[in-house]
Design a protein around this ligand. Structure first.
Ligand code: GUN
Length: 295
């Protein structure tokens, strides 16, 4: 079964759009997301455009701040401070990667925790690693978008990770580590593989659920996958002919897998969809707090 992340994301964004209309009537304003893009990275420009288009479909107001490649850290921090202090802004995102002279940890750590729609703030990361119940974590704190989207895909495919052997290839802060923790919270037995793992195929062949987030085109071949495995492909790589491909060799692996996500149209749209959900969650927490304070 090939899971269309695009169809799933479209249906969730459609539901969000009707909820937003209702929130607008009830609370007098729509949710707002600020997106900061620094520099000219072509892939980042595409991702930001996808995010702002999704905001338009969801009825979420979006504020785009585009800054030149040589912007100083101080200037970015000043922009973030202004957005942190603006009560009409619910979510703030700085598109990564940043130009080399900028510190990703300084910048993502400067976003107010309660507006951190990416779930990158150290306290939100800590909440994920200290919590054990994914539903409760999502209710109180934002969780990184791609991992949240992957859990949605598994749910939609009827895959319960409990008791299953999950193998994650990749240990990034954005995907590998948080998806490993969400799968662990969902009671899977989790192994994280990475570029220094020896005999990686021997480990991946044991996976009931295999998440490939290593950033190498078609890295996962049929010989690395057991029969009937659930295969989630996080990679977005551009081949020399300009076509996109994932970290999984889809044609080779699909006949073996019980569930597989395609690239494009799999995890990517679900990442954007989770961003919309995180923005709504931040808006609702924000609105509830303001109501409590009678502002
Ligand atoms: N770059 C690649 N993935 C992401 C993401 O999920 N959020 C941000 N801010 N930048 C990214």
């Amino acid at each position: 079964m090939t899971i269309s992340g695009k169809e799933l994301a479209d249906s969730i964004i459609g539901r969000i759009a009707s909820e937003v209309e209702d929130y607008h009537v009830r609370f007098g304003r729509v949710p707002a997301l600020a997106v900061i893009l620094v520099g000219e990275d072509p892939a980042s420009k595409v991702y930001v455009r996808n995010k702002t288009r999704a905001c338009e479909r969801a009825g979420i107001r979006h504020i785009e701040i585009t800054l030149p490649e040589d912007t100083s850290e101080l200037e970015i921090l000043e922009n973030i401070e202004a957005l942190n202090a603006d009560p009409s802004v619910d979510g703030i995102l700085v598109q990564l990667p940043l130009p080399a002279h900028l510190s990703e940890s300084h910048i993502t750590g400067a976003i107010a925790r309660e507006k951190d729609v990416d779930g990158f703030h150290p306290l939100n990361v800590a909440a994920l690693w200290l919590g054990r119940d994914n539903a409760k974590i999502e209710e109180h704190y934002p969780v990184a978008c791609t991992p949240r989207g992957i859990m949605r895909i598994l749910e939609a495919a009827g895959v319960d990770p409990a008791g299953k052997r999950a193998v994650v290839i990749g240990r990034s802060n954005i995907v590998g580590l948080p998806i490993a923790k969400l799968l662990l919270n969902a009671n899977a037995t989790v192994t994280i593989c990475h570029s220094r793992t020896k005999d990686i195929a021997e480990i991946t062949r044991q996976a009931d659920i295999l998440v490939a987030a290593i950033g190498k085109p078609k890295f996962v071949g049929a010989e690395m996958v057991r029969d009937s495995a659930v295969v989630v492909d996080v990679g977005i790589n551009r081949l020399p002919d300009g076509k996109l491909c994932g970290d999984v060799d889809f044609e080779a692996v699909a006949p073996r897998a019980s569930v597989i996500t395609p690239v494009p149209g799999g995890v990517g749209p679900m990442t954007v969809c989770s961003l919309m959900e995180n923005t709504i969650d931040c808006y609702l927490r924000h609105t509830a707090k303001r109501k409590k304070r009678k502002i």
